[in-house]
Design a binder for this molecule. Structure first.
Ligand code: PMP
Length: 375
């Protein structure tokens, strides 16, 4: 099997599965209970919160980090917990993942003033248009770090500078799911208020993620219950998943440079080979994370190419797995690709365990597909 869909999810490491099982088997108690074994677990979970704040380059003594069921929930808490005033303006990048974009649409339906920041054709937000949209009425901005379909990396510091120039007390939310543990960034440098991350994109288990909340950011809870996670996310704390996520993050950060170097070589190798194929456009450029390579096979349906590769045991995607049922592609269209080109979109996404032979097999089969449809 050649698995090249790591932006959709990654294979959990044996280390994180081991810890998950150990905690579930041996330390299954409720971390919020009052006896000592629970209290010790609770204290260790608090230490893990600090680890995550440090990974994000936040202030571990003042900022908060809460655990959620994944980035979809983190994004919902960040957005619905912040967007409370119908007189204010809320800006969202056009490139956002559905777990942000659909929250923005829901706010709009509810009568909030919501505007979408256009993208440049390199996939980043259009900074100039953003600056012209930003005024003193803007109280919330959401832009992702790395786009999940194209790999385009937004310049968070530049975005924060524009926000600070134009408005005050503005919450800056960043969905960093595709960047966390993969490329280096700092919530402090860009003065990020809220930052969403997920475990299953960094060789961790599914169903656990987190939300960073900077010390000056006030959000309201959107669900109600026992008041766990500082009241922002009620529900029995999933200690096993938290310990497991911690292990995945530890491994990702220990090897962040090594992994980046490896996937950069893989991307270079892939791009070289792809550039020899006729009528194929490489969407992902130099500003993109090397973990994601998006292409357009003009005159083809990405869906058909994906199925062909699937039949050969090669797994790629036609875009975000979370929106694969949707017709068209909002993000590529926002970058200026036409409807026909968008139909031929395919995404290849790596992790450090991919090898050059995976790419050879992908290219061999892509060429075979093209030969077969042309005969
Ligand atoms: N944001 C981005 C950019 C993503 O790629 C994903 C996963 N596809 C999510 C949010 C949702 O993450 P989760 O699966 O943890 O809910």
């Amino acid at each position: 099997m050649v698995y090249l869909d790591n932006a959709a999810t990654t294979k959990p490491s044996s280390e994180c599965l081991k810890i998950y099982n150990e905690i579930n088997a041996e330390r299954y108690f409720n971390p919020s209970a009052s006896y000592s074994i629970s209290f010790n677990l609770f204290k260790e979970i608090n230490d893990i919160r600090c680890n995550f704040i440090k990974y994000l380059n936040g202030n571990a003594t003042a900022d908060k980090f809460i655990f959620t069921s994944g980035a979809t929930e983190s994004n919902n808490i960040a957005i619905f917990g912040s967007c409370l005033n119908k007189q204010k303006k809320y800006l969202f990048s056009m490139g956002e993942h559905p777990s942000v974009y659909n929250c923005a649409c829901e706010l709009k339906n509810k009568g909030y003033i919501v505007e979408f920041i256009p993208l440049q054709n390199n996939g980043q937000i259009d900074y100039e248009k953003f600056e012209s949209m930003c005024d003193e009425n803007v109280c919330f901005v959401s832009t992702m770090l790395v786009n999940n379909e194209t790999g385009a990396v937004n310049d968070l510091k530049r975005i924060r500078t524009i926000i600070d120039k134009k408005t005050r007390n503005c919450v800056f939310h960043v969905d960093a799911v595709q960047g966390f543990g993969k490329i280096k960034f700092s919530v402090s440098e860009a003065k990020v208020s809220l930052c969403s991350i997920s475990s299953h994109k960094i060789c961790g288990i599914k169903g656990i993620g987190g939300l960073y909340i900077s010390q000056n950011t006030k959000i309201k809870n959107v669900n109600f219950g026992g008041g766990q996670e500082f009241g922002y996310r009620s529900g029995t704390v999933n200690a096993a998943a938290i310990f497991s996520f911690n292990e995945s993050a530890k491994i990702a950060f220990n090897y962040i440079d090594e992994s980046l170097k490896k996937v950069t070589e893989l991307k270079k190798y892939l791009v070289e080979k792809l550039s020899k194929i006729n009528n194929l456009r490489i969407v992902s450029n130099n500003i993109c994370s090397p973990y994601i390579v998006s292409i357009v096979l003009e005159g083809n349906r990405g869906e058909t190419v994906m199925r062909y590769l699937d039949s050969k045991g090669i797994y790629v995607s036609t875009g975000s797995a979370c929106s694969s049922s949707k017709i068209g592609n909002r993000i590529l269209e926002a970058m200026g690709y036409n409807k026909k080109q968008v139909m031929g979109a395919i995404r290849v996404s790596f992790n450090k365990d991919n090898i050059f032979e995976d790419i050879d097999l992908l290219i061999e089969n892509l060429n075979q597909y093209i030969k077969e449809i042309n005969t």
